[in-house]
Design a protein around this ligand. Structure first.
Ligand code: COA
Length: 323
């Protein structure tokens, strides 16, 4: 079904950035009590990129933004809004978005961060898209960027093998069109804070803290929440799952992707999977997967996309986009 023409936010370009150092499961097993076999079987992960000392959330974010600007054939001067989704900001404050803004050289425009952990990119996209639809922004950079390696407990093999670092970005522009972001649905349920959290913070311990997770319970909630929000967003867009060209999911675990696709009766070949190469990069994972599939030619103009994610809080959401 074709949407009505209205002021909508259209994706004009995508970009991504990964730290220089790529670490295989084999390499990881030299410092952590684990095996390639266990990690691949339980998660589908084979590699993750880990930031070196000179690589930060903002530096990765800036690189991804530059790539997205080039793809959109735009310059920093065209941008009037920057939203960075991250749970690993360079500093407690200022917002990482302001560091990115200064590095890009588009000082003066609106710039702020959004914290919704692994769903952060969906939340950031929704905020930017709403501002564009309302007419308070024209061209936005929306970035998901993380250096989760810095909040991992490298003694906890049940969590440290699962995550990686990286950044992905999209340029959104306001246009009168029947394409672009058609509908987004977001949710949060703080009753589950203790299943996936960081055991420190500026306002409590005064430290950054380490990631803690009850993996099994998170898994169970993820499949249920992702399936329901995907259907909800499709209904809001007036679309059905048969019309989906590509699902671009949060890349936490290949088994979550497979179980969610199965529950919804989706063809697994329509689900973009980068978890084997990137592991779970939290807010960066959806835009990293999107950029990979745009650049290798799988995602084409006019394709119907569903982006979805779930993360700590819990938070979860889905967005239906005519690319
Ligand atoms: N290497 C080897 N063994 C490991 C291991 C590792 N890296 N991590 C855990 N194990 C062991 C455990 O010690 C346990 O051993 P035991 O049975 O002798 O006690 C066994 O593997 C099973 O552990 P468990 O945690 O119950 O495994 P699981 O089947 O639930 O798989 C996850 C663990 C984390 C892969 C799985 O729960 C998961 O993917 N959860 C979702 C997590 C997620 O995606 N979160 C992010 C959402 S944003």
């Amino acid at each position: 079904m074709s949407a009505t023409t209205a002021r909508r936010a259209v994706i004009k370009g995508t970009g991504s950035a990964l730290p220089r150092t790529r670490v295989s499961n084999e390499q990881l097993s030299e410092r952590v009590d684990t095996t390639d076999e266990w990690i691949v079987e339980r998660t589908g992960i084979r590699f993750r990129h880990i930031a070196e000392d000179d690589e930060t959330t903002s530096s990765l974010a800036t690189l991804s933004a530059k790539e997205a600007l080039a793809a959109a054939e735009m310059t920093p001067a065209d941008i009037d809004l920057i939203v960075v989704a991250t749970a690993t900001p360079d500093q407690t404050f200022p917002a990482t978005a302001t560091i990115v803004q200064n590095d890009l050289g588009c000082n003066g425009c609106v710039a702020f961060d959004v914290a919704a952990v692994c769903s952060g990119f969906l939340y950031a996209l929704s905020v930017a898209e709403s501002m564009i639809r309302a007419g308070s922004a024209q061209n936005a950079i929306v970035i998901g960027a993380e250096t989760f390696s810095r909040i991992l407990d490298w003694e906890d093999r049940a969590t440290c093998v699962l995550f990686g670092d990286g950044a992905g970005a999209v340029i959104l522009s306001g246009e009168e069109t029947d394409k672009g972001v058609l509908a987004t649905r977001l949710h949060a349920d703080g009753a589950h804070n203790q299943l996936l959290y960081v055991d420190g913070g500026a306002g409590t311990t005064g430290t950054v803290g380490k990631l803690r997770m009850k993996g099994r319970e998170v898994f169970r909630h993820a499949v249920v929440n992702l399936s329901s929000v995907l259907i909800e967003a499709l209904e809001a867009a007036g679309e059905t799952s048969d019309n989906i060209d590509w699902v671009v999911p949060h890349q936490a675990n290949a088994r979550i992707l497979d179980a969610t696709a199965k529950k919804l009766g989706l063809d697994p070949a329509k689900v973009i999977k980068t978890v084997d190469q990137h592991a779970n990069t939290s807010a960066a994972s959806v835009p990293l997967a999107l950029d990979a599939a745009v650049r290798d030619g799988r995602i084409k103009r006019d394709d119907l996309l569903v982006l979805e994610a779930m993360g700590g809080g819990f938070t979860w959401g889905a967005s239906v986009i005519r690319y």
